[in-house]
Design a protein around this ligand. Structure first.
Ligand code: FES
Length: 163
């Protein structure tokens, strides 16, 4: 990452205000790492290297710490994503209740694998740890919406709500 590329990225006033507000809740600025990154992601769709370094410079949170948080926390997108992100629960209750069929159908229907985005930019497909919706397994989440149980033959109905 060159200094020029880092400097080329400018946080908006709204992003700075959100970061300030989040950091004001904590004594240690690092405790607001996720929220600081999400302040950018909410407006730009994802967090580029340049954006991460801009957040680091503004907040004083070391870039390496932000990188670590972004790597661990799968809701921080470090690559561009589609208009909608589908998280498929990849944990035990869902494995037992139709995960394999659901993933196979989703991948076939969207013509992508995990980590990819459809050609029309509509959906990105990602695996997730337990979505906390185990009693509705197999479960998935699209953007902030929980769905479940979702059987393969219900996918068209579920997906049509996201254009
Ligand atoms: S195991 Fe899938 S939602 Fe919990």
């Amino acid at each position: 990452m060159t200094a020029e590329r880092i400097q080329a990225f400018v946080l908006s006033d709204e992003e700075k205000a959100d970061i300030d507000a989040e950091m004001s809740h904590y004594e240690d600025p690092g405790a607001a790492s996720v929220e600081a990154l999400m302040a950018v992601q909410q407006r730009r769709g994802w967090v580029s290297d340049e954006a991460l370094h801009a957040v680091a410079a503004y907040s004083g949170i070391p870039a390496a710490q932000l990188e670590g948080v972004a790597t661990f926390y799968n809701l921080v997108f470090r690559q561009p994503v589609g208009r909608h992100v589908i998280f498929v629960c990849d944990s035990v209750s869902c494995w037992l209740c139709g995960y394999d069929d659901l993933v196979q159908s989703l991948c076939a229907k969207l013509d992508i694998d995990f980590g990819q985005t459809t050609a029309d930019g509509r959906f990105t497909l990602l695996p997730s740890v337990c979505l906390g919706n185990c009693d509705h397994a197999p479960a998935l989440m699209i953007d902030d919406d929980h769905h479940g149980p979702v059987q393969a033959d219900e996918l068209d109905r579920v997906l049509e709500g996201y254009s």
